[in-house]
Design a protein around this ligand. Sequence first.
Ligand code: PEP
Ligand code: MN
Length: 263
Amino acid sequence: LVSRKRQTEDTVVQVGEEAVGNGSSTVIAGPCSVESEEQVRQVAHALKQQGVRLLRGGAFKPRTSPYDFQGLGEEGLKILRKVADETGLKVVSEIVNPADMELAEQYVDVIQIGARNMQNFELLKAAGSTRTPVLLKRGMSATVEEFLFAAEYIVSRGNTQVMLCERGIRTYEKWTRNTLDISAVPLIKQESHLPVFVDVTHSTGRRDIQLPVAKAALAAGADGIMLEVHPNPAVALSDSNQQIDIEQFNKFMQEMRRAGFLN
Ligand code: PEP
Ligand code: MN
């Protein structure tokens, strides 16, 4: 169902006023984790000013260590919803438990399925049974074929509103957190009609190369980019080394527009 052989025209996923995959580039931005209402509000206002419509933020955080901040849970979803409604933005947030899909439908506009859960088949089926758009991230050790089969799980349950996100894969390289598989972008665009994003934050794990990587992603045919923005990354409860602050975000957006990658 996700193949170009079944559907030649691009799937456009409508999220509020944002038509993802219609030829214009979409930006999803926001903090790694929802930490407080004030934190989310500061980022939301920055997004609004830059014309970004999709606000991301993790309420359920799949952390490598059980001793790290696990997210605010439902409280985090409430904060996202409240701030997004105040500012006219739409919410993208990760769900990690199939039992939380009802919660998701109540608070979020896009259900994110994270890299670690790309092959959590019960979660994929549960997301497929909702009619909320899904942003599915590529597993860090998943092939492109496995990635598309994961999307197939969701679409085959009747939820056709699926967006894919390349977020880097595990390699021996240590100077980046993951290795961005840029070739996955044109490959997926060729094989599938679903929109494709590139997460420039988790793929690189560092701030200094996000701009050229974002340009490369859009030049390679991505329908959008995702990046993490925090009012004060130094004190962030997760991914403190890779989130950019609001000033850096403004510069990033300005340069993307100047170079003709965004409107
Ligand atoms: C995220 O985007 O919040 C995240 C945890 O990323 P990933 O699942 O790609 O590691
Ligand atoms: Mn993160």
